[in-house]
Design a protein around this ligand. Structure first.
Ligand code: HEC
Length: 555
């Protein structure tokens, strides 16, 4: 008995030794794969030190990409579908070969890399401005926008909304820039005048147009902002993380455009696909997709949610809709017009009674599809352009009012709106999320802030996302009330904010893209769509691949 005990101690001691000895051993020891899948691991060496290189394992049969990070020059990916793979490593300043390997169920494949030094390509921002990809030159901010009279007006009037890469990809003469200012000042714009009357004085307008014509005239080059700040990377955190991206099937006639993933009761991920005018379904366990067309042409679906019955609700430019995935039947609820503006339903969200709430960006409404009457009721939002939406545990409806920098809250019990003003202004909050304690979180796309509102006291606290030119979009809690932020600014990252430590952890994305709306499973997997990427995919980040128990996605 005594001897047996001593033996146990020795095992415990040597385990401790292995744990202390390094991540690589720990990762190998824990390597576990779901039934029917395989594992891939290997080493990555290079002539110079590097941190957290991204290792891509692309399943060429199923068009699924698994991406993990190196720690101490080692990597591991688990739960790979069996099949043919192309594996490569990406790290700024290095080049890698692409190696082929076959992954078999229940087996561990090994691929090692020796990176070569290579010229570092300047970083391009990965946010929505598609034009940024075709730029001829990337330059620092002060070269892109020389410090001359007019710059400050351009910053607060155009760059504020369009981001840093929009203006420099237009090569226009004076009358074209004047036309653009007229377009943005037109009150007949569906979202109202983008430059509200009285906010641009005649002198400022002259300065602005002269600045734009001088620096972004017909003979100027298409330029974009060169990013110099690197995302902070924590190898020990990233060593556990794995991204998986499922490429949408190629359609020769239409370019898919994906948004807003949500889960059904069976582990599938639904999303809107405006490019192909429909709703998509991915089964993450097999990588198979199904497309559900929307009968109305050009319905422009963007937001999506799922109800307790297993129906999928979507919102779009012309209507709200409900899909029964079992039959494929689609019911549409047209929203009509406000004056001559077509009311556009933005994101839908479900309350505890299974009523469907939505915002109407064009038309400035908050709406509800009532489960009992099956009718839609709408209220005028207190400030124009209600956008992202979330329902809290008390069935209060939170929404971002992105044009004029407010967060709104509607209490259906009293039918009263309360508004909160973010601290750093001007601001464009896109989305709100509510954590388990009822705290509302919002990310400000144009100022790089993450904010929280205590609904009881009304107190607001804001945190600066720690990398310049961040464009945080969604702010959504996981089960432990960490707040996850999707940020396209640095080329794409999901960022975890822990409110207890007030620290941000970066998980750079596999592709250059924004990842607008995110949705989190009960196991803490973060799902997203690669909206602005060249290849449209539905993706997921597992912050700890060793804890994956299923590839299905469940609330
Ligand atoms: C409050 C936000 C906002 C401001 C301020 C703003 N814009 Fe826009 N702009 C938009 C939105 C939203 C659209 C897209 C609407 C659409 O296409 O109907 C747009 C569209 C445009 C377009 C046409 C679309 C394209 O891609 O060519 C041009 C040109 C443009 N803006 C230039 C400007 C310039 C120049 C300024 C500064 C003088 C400016 N905008 C200020 C929000 C803004």
């Amino acid at each position: 008995m005594k001897r047996a005990l001593r033996g146990t101690n020795r095992v415990a001691f040597s385990c401790l030794f292995f744990l202390l000895a390094g991540t690589s051993l720990r990762m190998t020891a824990r390597a576990s794969a779901l039934p029917g899948t395989g594992t891939l691991s290997g080493t990555v060496s290079a002539p110079k030190p590097f941190q957290a290189a991204q290792v891509y394992a692309r399943n060429t049969d199923r068009k699924v990409v698994f991406m993990v990070y190196t720690a101490g020059g080692k990597y591991q990916a688990v739960n790979l579908f069996p099949g043919n793979y192309e594996v490569s490593v990406s790290k700024k300043g290095f080049a890698s070969d692409v190696k082929k390997v076959v992954v078999r169920a229940g087996e561990q494949a090994t691929v090692n890399f020796a990176l070569r030094e290579a010229a570092a390509e300047p970083m391009r921002p990965g946010n929505l401005q598609q034009a940024a990809r075709t730029v001829e030159e990337l330059v620092p901010y002060d070269v892109l926008y020389p410090r001359e009279p007019g710059r400050e007006v351009a910053e607060r009037t155009c760059i504020f909304c369009h981001g840093v890469n929009f203006v420099p990809t237009h090569q226009w003469n004076e009358s074209q820039w004047n036309a653009a200012v007229d377009l943005m000042s037109n009150p007949r714009h569906p979202e109202g005048a983008q430059i509200p009357p009285g906010t641009l004085s005649p002198a400022d307008r002259r300065n602005l147009v002269s600045y734009l014509t001088r620096n972004f005239g017909p003979i100027s080059k298409k330029r974009g902002l060169e990013l110099t700040a690197e995302m902070p990377l924590d190898e020990q955190t990233l060593a556990k993380a794995m991204y998986v991206e499922y490429d949408l099937p190629v359609n020769a006639n239409a370019r898919p455009r994906t948004h807003d993933p949500h889960f059904d009761h069976d582990g599938n991920v639904f999303y809107t696909n405006a490019g192909e005018n429909g709703i998509g379904k991915l089964d993450p366990r097999t990588g198979t997709f199904r497309h559900y067309p929307i009968p109305t042409p050009k319905a422009g679906p963007e937001g999506l949610t799922a109800d307790a019955q297993g129906h999928i609700w979507w919102s779009g430019e012309l209507a709200m809709g409900r899909l029964d995935p079992k039959t494929g039947e689609m019911v549409e609820y047209p929203l009509g017009k406000k004056g001559d503006i077509q009311i556009e339903a933005h994101t839908p969200a479900m309350d505890s009674k299974q009523n469907v709430w939505f915002t109407a960006l064009h038309g400035d409404k908050l709406g509800k599809w009532d489960r009992k009457t099956e009718k839609i009721i709408m209220w005028d939002a207190p400030t124009p352009s209600p956008y992202g939406i979330a329902v809290d545990k008390k069935d209060r409806v939170w929404f971002a009012e992105y044009r004029f920098c407010k967060i709104g809250m509607f209490d259906p019990a009293t039918e009263k709106f309360t508004e909160y003003s973010p601290l750093v202004t001007p601001c464009q909050p896109r989305r709100v999320g509510v954590d388990s304690k009822g705290t509302a979180w919002y990310a400000v796309h144009n100022s790089g802030m993450l904010g929280k509102i205590d609904p009881e006291s009304g107190k607001i606290v804001e945190y600066k996302i720690p990398v310049p030119y961040s464009t945080p979009y969604d702010a959504w809690p996981d089960r432990e009330d960490n707040i996850w932020v999707s940020d396209g600014g640095q080329g794409g990252a999901l960022i975890k904010f822990d409110p207890r430590t007030e620290k941000f952890l970066y998980y750079p994305s596999p592709r250059r893209t924004d990842m607008p709306k995110i949705e989190i499973t009960r196991d803490g997997a973060i799902w997203y769509c690669t909206r602005s990427a060249d290849i449209q995919a539905v993706g997921v980040l597992y912050p700890d691949m060793n804890k994956i128990t299923t590839l299905g996605a469940y609330y």
